[in-house]
Design a protein around this ligand. Sequence first.
Ligand SMILES: [Zn+2]
Length: 239
Amino acid sequence: MRESIQYLLDLQKLDDDLIARTEEFEAQPGLAAAAEQVREAVLAQGEAAKLALEAEELARRNAESAVRDAEALLQRLEGQQGQVKSNDAYRALLSEIEAAKNSISEQETAVLESMETIDAARQRKAQVDAEIAETTDRLDGEGREREERRQTLEKEISALRGSRDEVASKVESGLLARYEKISLRRRPAIVVLTGELCTGCRVGIPPQLYNQMLEGLSVVACQSCQRLLIADRWLKDEV
Ligand SMILES: [Zn+2]
């Protein structure tokens, strides 16, 4: 009996390891997907910064083109000054010249302002590009580590399953069945006690049950949580 329980405790330890590694293994795809989202988010920022810079450069080219158009218009209007016949026509021409000059001034201001925003957009793009490089490097490294860990876990899980089956075969079948059944709902399923309190559920053990446990003739279950109870003293052969 004592040997069978010792194997059962070994089995529980193996199951703990197996559960922990299986959970870690199953979390891997989620971690990979989260990393992929981070990568996509930073790449999207890069694309946005690129488009913003392109839009600013286009605005600048448009403003420069507007300056050239207004300058051409001004030149043409100024050329007409000698051909005007009436005072009214002359005043109208002067007014058009004034408007063309204002337009040139406005578009030149727009070009200057555009140069400032282009500088800012360039800086922003350089900053985001650096972030992309840094993030991509980091994610690639983490991805490689994750893949190594995945392979390690796969091997460990397979080895643990083998050990588990071997140890389980040494546990008395009735006891094993009780353990498996409780295990599905509560872990640990078997608790080693140093006193008259179930460490699984913190409920006291009635004296009669406690004495039965010390005798170790059969494995007793906690009346509150159904966990299998083993006395530490009995395991150590002190009873
Ligand atoms: Zn209990």
